[in-house]
Design a binder for this molecule. Structure first.
Ligand code: ADP
Ligand code: MG
Ligand code: ZN
Length: 475
């Protein structure tokens, strides 16, 4: 039987506030254990939580950027469960009345097709702490620095149908949250993490099957791989005639498998009830208007503008706006340049492949936009040839030197001087009588041989346009 995967994603995004959601402790990552704590976030008796206004503003911003409706009144609930990293014995979250609902994101399925993925809800909540296990000493330690750090949980509709769509949705959401600057997106530090729900149903059937939930996937690659594995595992289970068990599973990135962690809890297991210490959260029109007014350009808007302003193709604009860092790098590069298309090409090929080969993000690039722009300025003003520009770029990566300085100190300026090039070309023609004869008899492919000889002689510095003219007239 053919099965169709049904996937829904829950994303926890850490909001970029300086302080926690219900106290004024710092949210800074990497502090010594329990340095960022106070009686509120360690759950001492008698304390009262006070809601962080900026966290709400960021949640509204995230909700507007994902086309959600903001609820004018929402509430905080207690989600009760015991775990050593949860000192209060409950997590403050939103359950029955979340801050936002009914949004969507558009993902690109292929070059011509967009698909809307529904967003069921966005709610605000506090993060839990962290356990550090030390098997050598048979001890576990509790670090409460993360306890009370503000999160939004973004819950998608079960609209996703493949690991690839899941990856596209997550990348889009990640990109949006970084564009609007409410989440740093650092997946290694857990600022953006995903739970994936997967079920299968016979192709053509309307009802959903029983799902498994994969917890805490912290890279795009892991999400895609784990979903793929889970689809295969469930297909096998169903083909054996067995039922899929509703459970929570974990992904083992070393063994490339998921394994069962626990039976899936139901909402009623948590005994949600309204937090009596927190009043309902009222968001008025003014607040929403203020957030709207300060909303930066979103990825899709930037995409359209890049296509229009820089005459880029849909694909080029898509690549260059895929992250805010790359989009900013490109815009800074391109402003002083006439040839926008060339700048786009060089950013997408030379620059991006350098980052890929080093495995670093734009922010860590040894070549900054200013220097890259200078290099392309030399190229478009025919001070250097494209071949030389590649060499100069490599040296910029190695030495961090200015492109003009590299060109000067190595004498790499483009040679377009007619007389100078003619002397070189005549020498080459005289040295290769056989090739000249063959060319004249119609073997015009040999033109590139002559071009190559000139470039060799001039170390790639000859202006190819001038060389072409002189070669043509002399051959
Ligand atoms: P919980 O909070 O218990 O995980 P929810 O009902 O809020 O449960 O669903 C969480 C996620 O699971 C949502 O993203 C939703 O789209 C997805 N989901 C729900 N049912 C299914 C299903 N049968 N198959 C795949 N995903 C599902
Ligand atoms: Mg869940
Ligand atoms: Zn605190």
């Amino acid at each position: 039987m053919q099965y169709e995967p049904v996937i829904g994603l829950e994303v926890h995004a850490q909001l970029k506030t300086k302080t926690k959601i219900f106290c004024s402790c710092s949210t800074q990552f990497g502090k010594s254990p329990n340095a960022n704590t106070c009686p509120v976030c360690t759950g001492m008796p008698g304390v009262l939580p006070v809601l962080n206004k900026l966290a709400v503003t960021f949640a509204i911003k995230g909700a507007l950027a994902t086309n959600c409706t903001i609820n004018r009144e929402s509430r905080f609930d207690r989600k009760n469960y015991f775990y050593p990293d949860l000192p209060k014995g409950y997590q403050i979250s939103q359950y029955a009345f979340p801050i936002a609902e009914h949004g969507y994101l558009e993902i690109e399925i292929d070059e011509t097709t967009l698909k809307k993925i529904g967003i069921t809800r966005i709610h605000m909540e506090e993060d839990a702490g962290k356990l550090i296990h030390d098997p050598a000493r048979a001890k576990s330690m509790v670090d409460l620095n993360r306890t009370g750090v503000p999160l939004i949980e973004i819950v998608s509709e079960p609209d996703i149908r493949s690991p690839k769509e899941a990856g596209a949705y997550l990348r889009k959401l990640h990109s949006i949250l970084k564009y609007i600057d409410v989440c740093d997106g650092n997946m290694e530090e857990g600022s953006f993490r995903c739970d994936a729900n997967i079920s299968l149903r016979p192709l053509g059937q309307k009802e959903f099957g029983i799902r498994a939930e994969l917890k805490n996937l912290n890279s795009f690659k892991h999400v895609e791989k784990a979903i793929l594995y889970e689809i295969e595992r469930q297909t096998y289970v169903l083909q054996e005639g067995k039922p899929v068990i509703q459970e929570t599973r974990l992904w083992d990135p070393v063994k490339n498998k998921t394994f069962s962690m626990r039976g899936k809890e139901e909402a009623h297991d948590y005994r949600y009830f309204p937090d009596p210490d927190l009043v309902p959260l009222i968001v008025d029109d003014q607040w929403i208007e203020d957030v709207k007014k300060n909303m930066p350009e979103l990825p899709d808007e930037k995409h359209s503008r890049f296509m229009k302003n820089y005459s880029l193709s849909d694909y080029e604009a898509r690549v260059l706006t895929s992250s805010i860092e790359l989009a900013d790098f490109f815009e800074e590069t391109v402003t002083q340049l006439k040839d926008k298309k060339q700048a786009a090409n060089w950013t997408m090929t030379t620059f991006l492949s350098m980052l890929n080969s080093k495995g670093i993000p734009v922010s860590e690039s040894p070549v900054k936009a200013k220097a890259f722009s200078k290099l392309l300025f030399l190229l478009e003003n025919q001070k250097i040839t494209a071949g030389v520009a590649k060499t100069v770029f490599e040296e910029m990566v190695e030495t961090l030197k200015d492109p003009e300085a590299i060109v000067k100190s190595n004498g790499l300026e483009q040679v377009s001087n007619q007389a100078e090039l003619e002397t070189i070309i005549l020498k080459i023609i005289n040295k290769n009588p056989n090739e000249v004869a063959a060319y004249r008899e119609g073997k015009t492919k040999l033109f590139s041989f002559f071009m190559g000889q000139v470039m060799k002689e001039t170390r790639g510095k000859a202006d190819p346009k001038v060389v072409t003219l002189i070669l043509k007239s002399n051959l």
